[in-house]
Design a protein around this ligand. Structure first.
Ligand code: MIG
Length: 971
């Protein structure tokens, strides 16, 4: 018996029961035979001490019209701290645009790994000069070499980035995070070794940093820079059920920083992106008593390739990042519908029953999903011949299609290895012939272990892999699983052996080395914080025999988390590479591929590990473009990397049915807007553990205002479909109807994301950057600039407090009642009974809506439009709508409509070649001071209007305004 320490999706369930981790492991799995790590990594030869690192000096500088190139030479004897120092480096500074500056420092011999252009295409070098016009300015000192970035428009301000020793605290410094010795700081010279790179920049004390992920930060969306030392963001893709303050599925070395000057009342944002796939620690620290904070990059390899974005608005920073790595893919309108999924819909019958039950409950269902239950023997690209027969799947999916509904199946990263020679599994056989799988250093196929037993893994660097993947996806669809989109799971990559399972593994053994949740011996017994199953039984109901099951409203923090110092824990094998990043799993090869697994072109897993998920997303996107010509591919994936948004959306992984995670949702959604993967959402009602009625009710409502809206549940847990409890059914119907009403707003926001990189979901401060009281707000969010969502995030309450930004200059009106909020001091306590989510619209907005939400988005789109105009006291309002067919992958026909209101008039202008068939049927104008004398549309008098003086509301009904031409509405 072996205690399994793998970080699987239910590892925390294991922690909370203490017994589930003990299961049989096949004896031959224990060896890690091929994982002989990089030979030169003999830890004894490295000093592991940075205090003697000499730094570099700059010489041979050559300026050009786009920037400069210079050489850096090691200034003294090498320190060989965690690797071997490079003597000679080349620095290249490129003013790529007026708002983007690149600083790239690489070994002059080009030995270190750099991300190939074919993997992530970047804009070509500039053809005109921005050296004199860029708002970003590169400054440097030759010896010791250091650089700092300032704004041309504000040269005397604290630099945006500053590596000068004189700007940083004096070293040596005792551990800044007291229980983590690795945060002792020996010195801040530039270190550039084969296995260790380090660069440090000063930051203003306790500055506002957002991004660096993927993470669930205990500090919230705004990262902890100062309190109790700071934070460590580790970059190493990892399959782990949503831990707090640890590395997890995706890796995004980009941050958005916001600076606000209270004296001048000026606010500016900028961004810093490290273009690297290296395993790394990024530390945000404030040494005790220091007058500045700092950011330190510690990388296991690669080169230092920084991009700086000048903003100065947060939107501009995010857009500038998108222009570099690629803008998000276009999302078809059906993907904004409601999705239903769970692990444990064990047959087609059960799956069909869900579709029927949703319809019977009159709760809109747009997309039905299946998890790995679908597979035959857990094998990719199959459906079980007994429980999900191919021809019946085809009939089912075609029936869905005839009802304007869609189907998405899971696709796991691992490809099953046949158990013996008579075991015919085509995707393996074809891939093996074509050489598409990842190899051991000796050229044999690398063997891992996942659900189907022993497996291999696609190597996206091999030239044959794309064709093989497309062909496998085609065969799957041809066999009956006529998916509309694809769900990519386990792509960190997850594998259950530590590193390679070893040559000579018993390939015929297909049993998973532990129990699945819900199996006999592994019941799911966890509930939300407020629910006591020992007292009230397993139902999860809000009341039992008239008694409330939750009697306190505190959100209890019951989850155990490993501290920031996980990497320093004793007994964890961190032998290689010499610098031990704070990988929550310990050794880099735990629960994933060995770091020496080999890819075509000679790339090693250590360098490219963090990109596997993104490369799979890209390959899947390209496959779907080929298989579904002209359509917008829909992909939802778990492990992401810069540029993933160009190919895929993301779900926030294996969260828990806990109130705490309802709150964590919001920071996750906001983070992924920065990462340019805006189509994101959490497992609604919670994945791990049982949910309960109250939590599921609030969550179904919150997620209705989140881009990707899916209810997904673990195997063996209490059912949590939205019809499961009456109160949840009601709450869901209301929230989904509101969501479908807002569909034109969502699709316009996402068009702006795909066209310009503008983030659809926003932190409050993005829109109000000079209001510091908002800088840490992450319990509310804005959809676009105009919709403020104030969800309930705790049990047993009927009110919620929210910020209403604008310092009294902005009128916020209730979306449903249209009443203005009275928010003196900028906050208000709102009524929030169960089943009600507070949504407010911003004064000065004009929202194009669907007037009649239907069962599906397609039916909703065939109905007429309405318009909701909320005048600001100065009597203006503005809004835009982007309309197209919602399915064709652009370039395609589209129409831009703008609504702009001035005193007593609304102008509609319309531009484009898409013909909008549905007309505008009703216009509601809020903030009209006096009862109008008459109302007209493009000079024709209108009879059917009403004025409600209390709400200052004018409603113009039964019109039929053509949105393909300019119009004027007067009152
Ligand atoms: O290790 O396919 O995150 O959504 O239900 C568990 C079963 C594997 C992890 C995914 C989760 C999915 C589950 N998968």
């Amino acid at each position: 018996m072996i205690f399994l320490t793998l970080g699987l999706c239910f590892v925390v369930a294991r922690l909370s029961f203490g017994v589930l981790g003990i299961h049989h492991l096949h004896s031959q799995d224990v060896l890690v035979s091929e994982a002989n790590y990089l030979a030169e990594s003999d830890p004894t030869t490295f000093s592991k001490n940075l205090s003697s690192c000499p730094g570099y000096s700059l010489h041979s500088l050559q300026e050009s019209k786009i920037g400069l190139i210079a050489q850096l030479s090691l200034s003294g004897p090498p320190c060989n701290a965690f690797g071997t120092d490079f003597e000679n480096l080349t620095i290249q500074v490129t003013y790529e645009t007026d708002s983007r500056l690149r600083v790239r420092i690489a070994d002059s011999g080009n030995k270190q790994f750099t991300i190939p252009e074919s993997i992530i295409a970047r804009p070509p070098p500039p053809t005109t000069s921005f050296t004199q016009s860029s708002d970003l300015v590169f400054n440097y000192e030759s010896s010791p070499f250091s650089f700092w970035i300032t704004r041309r428009s504000n040269p005397d301000a604290i630099p945006l980035f500053d590596t000068r020793l004189s700007s940083l605290p004096e070293t040596p410094l005792a551990p800044v995070i007291t229980d983590d010795t690795s945060t002792a700081l020996d010195g801040f010279p530039l270190v550039f070794e084969d296995q260790y790179l380090q660069l440090t920049s000063a930051l203003p004390l306790n500055t506002n940093i957002y991004g660096l992920g993927e993470v669930i930060a205990s500090s919230g969306f705004r990262r902890n820079v100062a309190s109790n030392g700071g934070s460590i963001q580790t970059l190493w893709a990892r399959d782990i059920a949503d831990p707090v303050d640890q590395n997890m599925y995706g890796n995004h070395p980009i941050y958005l920083e916001h600076r606000f000057n209270e004296t001048t009342n000026e606010a500016q944002s900028h961004g810093v992106f490290l273009f690297s796939s290296s395993g790394a620690d990024i530390l945000l620290l404030t040494p005790p008593g220091a007058s500045q904070s700092l950011i330190q990059y510690r990388m296991l390899g690669g080169v230092l390739d920084f991009y700086f974005f000048s903003g100065p608005s947060p939107h501009a920073v995010i857009e500038q990042y998108g222009a570099l790595v690629g803008l998000p893919s276009w999302i078809p309108s059906w993907a904004f519908g409601f999705h239903l999924c769970r692990w444990g819909y064990v047959s087609l019958n059960e799956t069909m029953q869900q579709v029927q039950a949703m319809r019977a409950a009159k709760i809109p269902l747009e997309v039905m999903w299946n998890d790995i239950d679908l597979y035959h023997a857990f094998r990719d690209f199959t459906s079980d011949p007994v429980s999900f027969p191919g021809d019946e799947m085809r009939a089912f999916i075609q029936e869905l299609a005839s009802n304007n509904q869609h189907y998405i199946p899971i696709l796991d990263a691992a490809i099953p290895h046949p158990t013996n020679v008579t075991d015919v599994y085509d995707p393996y056989i074809r891939g093996h012939e074509m050489g598409t799988f990842i190899k051991n250093p000796d050229g044999s196929e690398y063997i891992g272990e996942v659900w189907p037993g022993y497996t291999v893994f696609p190597d996206w660097f091999a030239s044959s892999t794309q064709g093989w993947w497309t062909e496998s996806l085609k065969n799957w669809s041809d066999g009956g699983v006529e998916y509309s989109g694809i769900w990519l799971d386990m792509n960190e990559i997850s594998s259950f052996c530590q590193g390679s399972c070893g040559t000579g593994a018993d390939l015929s053994n297909t049993s998973v080395p532990f129990l699945l949740p819900g199996d006999t011996g592994a019941p799911v017994i966890d509930y939300p914080e407020c629910y006591d199953a020992l007292v009230f039984g397993p139902s999860g109901n809000l009341t039992i025999n008239g008694t409330l099951t939750c009697t306190s409203n505190s959100t209890l923090s019951t989850l155990t988390k490993r501290g920031l110092g996980a990497g320093a824990e004793k007994g964890v094998n961190l032998n290689t590479p010499p610098y031990a990043i704070h990988n929550g799993a310990g050794d880099l090869s735990i629960n994933t591929l060995a770091t020496n697994a080999t890819h075509a072109g000679g790339f090693v897993e250590l360098d490219v590990h963090n990109m596997w998920g993104m490369m799979e997303e890209k390959a899947t996107h390209l496959a779907l473009q080929e298989l579904q010509p002209g359509k917008r591919p829909v992909i939802i994936a778990r492990s992401t990397f810069p540029s993933s948004g160009k190919w895929s959306g993301h779900w926030l992984g294996d969260n828990f049915s806990k109130w705490e995670y309802l709150y964590y949702n919001i920071q996750g959604i906001l983070q992924f807007q920065i990462f340019q993967i805006p189509f994101v959402g959490a497992d609604t009602c919670g994945f791990n553990g049982n949910t309960d009625e109250e939590l599921c009710n609030r969550w179904m409502q919150l997620s209705a205002f989140v881009p990707f809206y899916r209810n997904h549940n673990e195997r063996g847990a209490l059912s949590q479909e939205p019809y499961r409890w009456n109160s949840v059914a009601n709450a869901s119907r209301t929230a989904i109807a509101t969501r479908y009403t807002l569909l034109p707003y969502w699709t316009t926001l996402f068009a702006n994301a795909s066209l310009r990189g503008t983030p659809p979901v926003r932190a409050l401060w993005y829109e109000f950057p000079t209001e510091p009281e908002l800088f840490a707000v992450d319990k509310q969010f804005l959809v676009g600039g105009d919709i403020l969502v104030t969800p309930v995030l705790t049990p047993n309450v009927s009110t919620v407090e929210g910020h209403f930004p604008g310092r009294g200059q902005v009128t916020w009106r209730d979306f449903y009642t249209h009443a203005a909020v009275n928010a003196s001091n900028g906050t208000a306590t709102l009524s929030a009974p169960l089943g009600h989510i507070n949504v407010h619209i911003r004064g000065g907005s004009a929202l194009l809506l669907h007037a009649m939400p239907g069962y599906t988005t397609t039916e909703t789109r065939t109905g007429p439009f309405s318009l909701l105009v909320s005048l600001e006291s100065t009597e203006h309002a503005f809004g835009t709508a982007y309309i197209d067919d919602g399915i064709t992958n652009p370039p395609s026909e589209s129409r831009d409509i703008t609504f702009s209101a001035t005193t007593n008039q609304l102008h509609i202008s319309s531009d484009g070649n898409f013909n909008v068939e549905q007309t505008l049927q009703q216009i509601t104008i809020l903030g009209v001071n006096e009862r109008p004398v008459k109302v007209s549309v493009s000079r024709e008098n209108i009879e059917n209007w009403q004025f409600m003086s209390g709400l200052q509301k004018l409603v113009i009904s039964d019109v039929s305004i053509d949105l393909n031409s300019a119009q004027t509405v007067s009152w």
